[in-house]
Each structure stands twice: as C-alpha cells, then as structure tokens.
Design a protein around this ligand. Structure first.
Ligand code: UTP
Length: 227
C-alpha cells in the first residue's frame, strides 16, 4: 500500500517574487517523481497574491472573515497553477472539501486543495486532511528552515529546533497575532490537530528542493521534526 503524504506548500514557495514559474516547475518535477511510493495531497497557500488582495480588501475596510475569503480564493488559484504544472496524474481541480479530496485520492495519485473556511490558514487545511486520511506524516514546505524558539527575523538569539514536541510547537506558534494574511511558521490550529492525531510534522525550507526531497523520502533532512 502506498503512503498517504500531505504537503502544505506556502504560496511564497510556489511563486517567489520575480522568479516566474521556475520554482513551481521544479516542485512539480519532484512531487510527481514520488508517486510510485506515495499518494500525494498538496495544499497550496496564497503567498504574495493573498497578501496583496488582503491588503487591498483591508484598505477598503472589509471585515476579517471577508479578507479570509480573499486568501482562500488565491490559495485555490495557486492550486490551479500547481495542477497545470503537475500534468496528467493529478485530479484536475482543487478539491473544495475533505470528502472530495479523499474520494479523488482513490482515483488519482495527486490531489490538490487550497483553503476551505475563514479563520485559519492552509496549514490547518493540510493538518485536517492528514487527520482525515490517517496520514502518518505531514510536510510543511515554508520560507524558513524550521521552527525557531522565536521569530528569527526579529530576534537574533532565536535558535532552530531540530526536533520538538507538539506542546512546544503550540507554545511557540501561539505567541503570534491573529488576523487575515500570512504570518506564522505553522498555524496554531494546525499544531493542535497534528497533536491530537499524532501526525509527525516536518518543517522544511521549501526553496531548498534537494532538502525537501529528502524530507519527502523520509531521509535525514535540514529542518525541524515535530512529534
Ligand atoms: P495561507 O495558507 O497562504 O497563509 O492563507 P500562510 O500559510 O500564512 O501563507 P503562505 O502562503 O505560507 O506564505 C492566506 C490567508 O487566507 C486565509 C487566511 O486569511 C490566511 O491568512 N485562509 C486560508 C482562510 O481563511 N482559510 C483557509 O482555509 C485558508
């Protein structure tokens, strides 16, 4: 039996600033090369497109739930682009909910999703999907190379943790402010879900494709393991 593997890919990894489609093409190559071993469920984030739309909506005085809907729409748009890059093995539309993702997974090697409901990020979608599938592992491909004791962009003394418990992760990610728009290394709701479902969670820098491949294969990788 193939392993069900869920990967949460930040929008900024799919489409880095000013780099065209080279990253999404490389990601698609890596991801589709593993489908003999894994059934892949890819949840894409909204990245800078979400950030722009949420900023514009906020400037127009939209409420937070409406801003969340802009984020959801952009993450689903990014999933569409991922589908184009992945080609023929993939379910041809982003699944709207977990029922659709699970049933699509019975027929396709790769299924994508974006956001679902206001109030969380696509990391939480990935965690809920992993729980639904009974997946053992979830990979969070993000823009930092692991979970730090504090925000490494703000605090020089912040240290990367090679491995940490669910409770330590929850403690670290709960310090962040709420509101629509990308911000934290891993969504606090996602952290609660991986804890209750005992899903091993790998946090890796998604810009480092070689390293991401190692994490996918279950080999030693540079990043953080939450278990
Ligand atoms: P992302 O999942 O992209 O946020 O959702 P992120 O993980 O912080 O950002 P990147 O992509 O990794 O850089 C963007 C925004 O969309 C809304 C939230 O406002 C979120 O901050 N969203 C997304 C939802 O409300 N519900 C969802 O299920 C997904």
């Amino acid at each position: 039996m193939k392993e069900d593997l869920v990967i949460s890919i930040g929008g900024s990894i799919l489409l880095p600033e000013d780099e065209g489609v080279s990253s999404i093409e490389s990601l698609a190559d890596i991801l589709s090369s593993g489908t003999d071993k894994y059934d892949l469920y890819i949840v894409t984030g909204g990245g800078r497109i979400a950030r722009d739309y949420i900023g514009w909506g906020r400037a127009l005085n939209a409420d937070e739930a409406t801003l969340d809907e802009l984020g959801i729409a952009t993450s689903r748009l990014n999933a569409r682009l991922m589908i184009i890059a992945l080609g023929k093995e993939v379910y041809p539309v982003p699944a709207k909910d977990f029922d659709e993702a699970v049933s699509a997974g019975n027929h396709y090697s790769i299924v994508t999703m974006g956001g679902t409901h206001p109030g969380h990020t696509t990391d939480a979608v990935a965690a809920m999907l992993a729980e639904r599938l009974g997946a053992q592992r979830l990979i969070n491909a993000t823009s930092v190379d692991g979970v730090y004791t504090a925000d490494p962009k703000k605090e020089e003394e912040a240290e990367r943790l090679e491995s940490l418990s669910y409770d330590r992760l929850i403690e670290i990610v709960s310090k962040n402010e709420g509101g629509a728009g990308p911000n934290v290394v891993f969504d606090p709701l996602a952290a609660e879900i991986v804890k209750r479902a005992s899903i091993d969670t790998y946090v890796v820098d998604g810009n480092d494709m070689e390293n991401l491949e190692k994490a996918i294969r279950g080999e030693e990788f540079h990043g953080s393991t939450v278990a």
